[in-house]
Design a protein around this ligand. Structure first.
Ligand code: PEP
Ligand code: MG
Length: 322
């Protein structure tokens, strides 16, 4: 089987009915790019920049960050690289930031909420990203966006730093797409409104599932409720994809669900454009997608979205993909 997968390393990801999707990888450090390339990744769909900030005693400087982003962009050549701005808090702790103890960290002061209140930290990262943008195909996304206002504010700061860099005679790419992670139900529900303003969506199912089902992703006791194939989740995903397409934008997914062999046929049918997963899942996913018909999976969309339970979804997908 491994030999079969290896043959597809340099092949595009094309379904049985000749529809193309993108298979990208999730990375945490520049060194992870070697694995992406070795496994035939067509891009980086999520670069979790937290690792630059973790396991240190102080904030990474603008130059340190610039070096890391440049390395990833250069190694990926002209392939798309989606970098997520700092997603601190929740399960991701950074000791020297002295974040307050909270009763519900997952519902608390994290990610974009932290960055908008600590603008100096945010601006340093954005400047490093903007400077690195000339070295490849950079896309920037903001995590944990719950309101349009947060997106507008974050994008405003990004444009402000871009102007500052230009005033300093530093070169910055003019083709950087700016998108958001959809991992909070409020954002999925009004994806139509967001789609007019963002360049793309990337669905973060790891968090979207926990917030939709109200089941902590770290809590074993309620893990039975953590259901990726629940019709509520599929409906939210579908809403996001349709909203993007209506505005000519694209939707990716960078949660674990994107590499799951039961989810993949359903996501293909819902119209997902980019699947981002751990590098080692890419070739198995490409193999699976080459055997699937997008048109056929799309014909099951209404049926899937009207189902009442996870079990029904699993059974149906298995039956239709046998
Ligand atoms: C997600 O929430 O699905 C996601 C990709 O982000 P993280 O797992 O880093 O929270
Ligand atoms: Mg998340």
């Amino acid at each position: 089987q491994k030999e079969e997968w290896a043959k597809l390393k340099d092949e595009p990801t094309i379904t049985a009915d000749k529809e193309q999707v993108e298979l990208a990888a999730n990375i945490g450090t520049p060194d992870d790019v070697d694995g992406v390339i070795a496994n035939g990744g067509e891009g980086v769909g999520l670069y979790r920049t937290e690792f630059l900030y973790m396991g240190k005693s102080q904030l990474p400087t603008e130059d340190e960050q610039y070096d890391a982003y440049k390395k990833v962009l250069e190694k990926m050549e002209d392939k798309p690289v989606v970098v997520r701005t700092l997603d601190v808090g929740g399960d991701k702790e950074i000791s020297y930031l002295d974040l307050p103890e909270e009763l519900n960290p997952f519902l608390g002061f994290r990610a974009i909420r932290f960055c908008l209140e600590n603008e100096d930290v945010f601006r340093t990262q954005l400047r490093a990203l903007l400077r690195a943008s000339v070295h490849g195909n950079l896309k920037i996304m903001f995590p944990m966006i719950a309101t349009l206002e947060e997106f507008r504010q974050a994008k405003g700061i990004l444009l402000d730093e871009k102007q500052n860099l230009k005033n300093e005679d530093k070169s910055v790419s003019d083709n950087i797409e700016v998108g958001i992670m959809v991992e909070i139900p409020s954002t999925a529900v009004i994806a139509k409104q967001f789609a007019k303003e963002v360049d793309f969506f990337s669905i973060g199912t790891n968090d979207l599932i926990q917030y939709t089902m109200a089941a902590d992703r770290m809590n074993e006791r309620v893990s039975y409720l953590y259901q990726p194939y629940h019709p509520a989740i599929l409906n939210l995903i579908s809403t996001v994809i349709d909203a993007a397409h209506a505005e000519g934008k694209w939707t990716g997914m960078c949660g674990e669900m994107a590499g799951d062999s039961i989810a993949i046929p359903a996501l293909l049918g819902l119209g997902l454009d980019e699947f981002s997963m751990s590098s080692t899942s890419i070739l198995p996913a490409r193999t699976q997608l080459r055997g699937l018909s997008k048109e056929k999976m799309a014909s099951y969309k209404d049926k899937l979205l009207s189902m009442g339970s996870t079990e029904e979804v699993i059974e149906f997908v298995k039956e239709k993909t046998e």
